[in-house]
Design a protein around this ligand. Structure first.
Ligand code: BDP
Length: 696
């Protein structure tokens, strides 16, 4: 078992009674309609049912079929048996219903458009894979967010920035001629969880992506993805008019520059008629942008938006901006640059905001821009690739993290103004909505490196479809599709997954610590990093440990970043007595000997969390041992080995960080804790070369 099949494993159902029941319910299929999307949906349902039932189930053209699939437009039978008012009105939604027709029990999968039918088909397959009884079905679903997009940070040379699952999926040099089955399988996997867009290239981009030879390659990928309802997008380099257009400037107000983008966009749509639009990283980490010409983000985004508007394309303009000119607190910069631009963007622009204000740390409070730009559609950017959470070596189920952010209350319009409501357009009544996940997918046989990393791809898609799903429910779903339907195994594995991110927070960055990782590759601990060319690239800038205490004072007596939140949130985060302990050192500077609400001193609490992190990995290992025989041996072994590495590295993080912080606190480890294996110098001297994922 390689993991290649992801959650789309269609092995014969083991539960004999259920197999017989399903077989009696699905004897034949009627699926009229011949669009490209219909054809792939047909192929999928056939493959799934034949696999799950272990026998050929025929397609029939009459209404005697037991499973009837289609839209009222594509299928006369659907038209006859369903009242189209019962179908979800929103595009891409679907209805799965059990019904009696001509005295026979039937199941119907229907929608108003072919994509909805495809999503309904995948949902139906999921029910069978999870062994759910197919009785009294009445499932009506519509996606909460319109554009559900993966961001690949893939470079044209085949490397992936912050990618830990091999090299890029896109074999640019063989495109457009060669489009292996793997691309189709990628599209199937995405469609199965509702993902409907993909940005193919890194945000730190190369203008060559916009030249004709590369547009032809992109068009070839678009052709493979199109039947699966997936649009392609490209990261656009702001200085492309200079680099590939021969202009002297990329000033967004320059008429020649504007015209260049209009022409370029027209050209793109000639090759890719349903091209999705541009993702832009501008004036951040050295990328060019409108500020190079004294213009602002809205000027830059609107120029591209004008070029895309005639074709229905969108601009996703990233709010991940910071530079060395901000003296006091990098966490404040995005809000400072964007808040005042609210209402100044063209209607086809979304501002794409990372979940937190720094950079995908194991835990960050939600980004203060959510809720703060009511006149602008804003979208979420999550990171599925585990840049700061142990790459693809550590087991980190991110469903809990995604939910923590989506459920966070911005109080933008009083209580209940959750981040999920902001990005689904409900809070401020936006029709244009989107969510992005920085992909963790590569050329590895199992796609994502760690067998459990697939769960983050799966869960991202499902939450993009419906942010109200719970992390636990999605973990269960994924386990049953990916590993087994054995109830004890599901509950054991689920327990591991649900605690896994907290374990990492504990052994890496507990109590609100952040950005204390090693330089450049971001893998191991580096709380001592104090010279990185810029203060806000060091660790000491973020933890500020000294002999008195530790933590970043972001209250009114410090950087006052807390004031960027709405008052109810700012009051809570800004008050040391009320701030959730998980964000304590993010917002406050605390003395080592100060007592926390738990009754322990800060030092003792910090030690406790670091040790708890390692203990959680112990428990994951113990649980995993009991899974032997309950899941396939191949993946059992892989995960066993990876957990062993994770355990070693959790100790590495714990010991390195505690020894370093102890050099300031001068306090002993409370009794009962095992001593670090090495001294601080040992950890500080560890050097690593050729760490994956940092080339761009
Ligand atoms: C950081 C990564 C860097 C990315 C940047 C971004 O370290 O490689 O280019 O984010 O999001 O997390 O643009």
């Amino acid at each position: 078992e390689t993991g290649y099949r992801l959650w789309l494993r269609y092995d014969k159902i083991e539960n004999q009674a259920l197999l017989e029941k399903y077989s009696s319910q699905i004897k034949s299929i009627n699926f009229e309609g011949n669009s490209a999307t219909n054809l792939v949906a047909k192929k999928e349902i056939l493959m799934a049912i034949n696999g799950l039932l272990g026998k050929q189930v025929p397609f029939v053209s009459t209404n005697s079929a037991s499973l009837i699939i289609g839209t009222p437009q594509s299928s006369s039978i659907i038209k006859a048996i369903i009242n189209s008012d019962d179908l979800p009105k929103t595009a891409d939604g679907f209805l799965i219903k059990s019904l009696a027709f001509n005295g026979e029990q039937k199941i119907m999968i229907s929608a108003t458009n072919d994509k909805g039918v495809l999503y309904g088909v995948f949902h139906f397959i999921r029910l069978m894979q999870a062994n759910i009884p197919l009785v009294s079905l009445n499932i009506s679903e519509t996606p909460a967010i319109k554009n559900r997009i993966l961001n690949h940070w893939d470079n044209l040379d085949g490397t992936v920035e912050r990618g830990y699952a091999g090299s890029s999926l896109w074999e640019w040099h063989k495109l457009p001629g060669f489009t292996p089955t793997r691309y189709t399988d990628y599209a199937r996997a995405n469609a199965s969880v509702g993902i409907n867009g993909t940005v193919l290239n890194n945000v730190n981009t190369n203008a060559l992506s916009l030249t004709v030879p590369y547009l032809l390659k992109t068009a070839a990928l678009a052709k493979v993805f199109r039947p699966y309802g997936i649009k392609v997008y490209l990261s656009a380099r702001f200085s492309a008019p200079i680099e590939i257009g021969g202009l002297k400037t990329a000033d967004p107000l320059d008429p020649q520059v504007k015209q260049w983008w209009i022409d370029k966009t027209k050209e793109i749509y000639q090759y890719i008629p349903d091209f999705g639009g541009f993702l832009v990283k501008a004036n951040s980490e050295g990328q060019p942008g409108p500020q190079n010409y004294g213009r602002n983000h809205a000027d830059g985004a609107n120029m591209l938006a004008d070029a895309l508007a005639p074709y229905g394309g969108i601009v996703m303009w990233r709010a991940f901006v910071y530079d060395d000119k901000v003296p006091d607190d990098r966490a404040k910069q995005a809000y400072s640059e964007f808040k005042t631009l609210d209402g100044k963007f063209k209607p086809n622009v979304l501002v794409q905001i990372k979940n937190g204000a720094i950079d995908f740390q194991p835990r960050e409070p939600f980004h203060p821009l959510f809720g703060a730009m009511p006149a602008t559609p804003v979208m979420m950017e999550f990171q599925l690739t585990q840049e700061y959470l142990g790459f693809s070596t550590h087991l980190a189920y991110l469903g809990t993290m995604f939910k923590e952010v989506l459920a966070a209350d911005t109080y933008a319009k009083g209580e209940g103004s959750t981040v999920a409501k902001v990005i689904s357009g409900k809070l401020d009544n936006h029709q244009l909505t989107a969510i992005a996940g920085v992909a963790n997918i590569g050329s590895d046989l199992n796609w994502c490196g760690h067998p459990f990393a697939q769960a983050n791809w799966y869960t991202f898609g499902r939450l993009a479809w419906n942010p109200e799903f719970s992390a636990g429910q999605l973990a269960e779903e994924w386990i049953s599709l990916t590993f087994t339907n054995d109830k004890t195994a599901i509950s054991g594995i689920k327990k591991m997954m649900m605690g896994s991110r907290e374990a990492i927070v504990n052994y890496m960055t507990p109590l609100g610590l952040h950005h204390i990782m090693a330089q450049n590759h971001h893998y191991g601990p580096g709380p001592w990093v104090n010279d990185a060319g810029r203060d806000d690239w060091t660790s000491v800038y973020y933890h500020k440990a000294d002999n008195v205490g530790i933590g970043f004072n972001r209250t009114a007596t410090g950087s006052n970043a807390v004031a960027q939140y709405f008052p109810a949130v700012a009051d809570q985060f800004g008050d040391v007595k009320q701030v959730p302990q998980k964000y304590l050192l993010w917002f406050h500077r605390i003395k080592w000997t100060d007592k926390l609400s738990s009754g322990s001193t800060l030092w003792d609490e910090l030690v406790k969390h670091y040790y708890e992190g390692v203990k959680s990995v112990d428990s994951m290992q113990l649980t995993w041992v009991t899974m032997k025989g309950k899941i396939d041996e191949d993946r059992h072994q892989e995960v066993t080995q990876l957990l062993k590495i994770q355990h070693e590295e959790a100790k590495w993080w714990r010991d390195a960080c505690l020894l370093y912080f102890q050099s300031f606190s001068k306090l002993p480890l409370p009794a009962g804790y095992e001593k670090p294996e090495h001294d601080l110098t040992y950890y500080q001297n560890l050097k690593f070369s050729f760490v994956p994922g940092i080339k761009n």
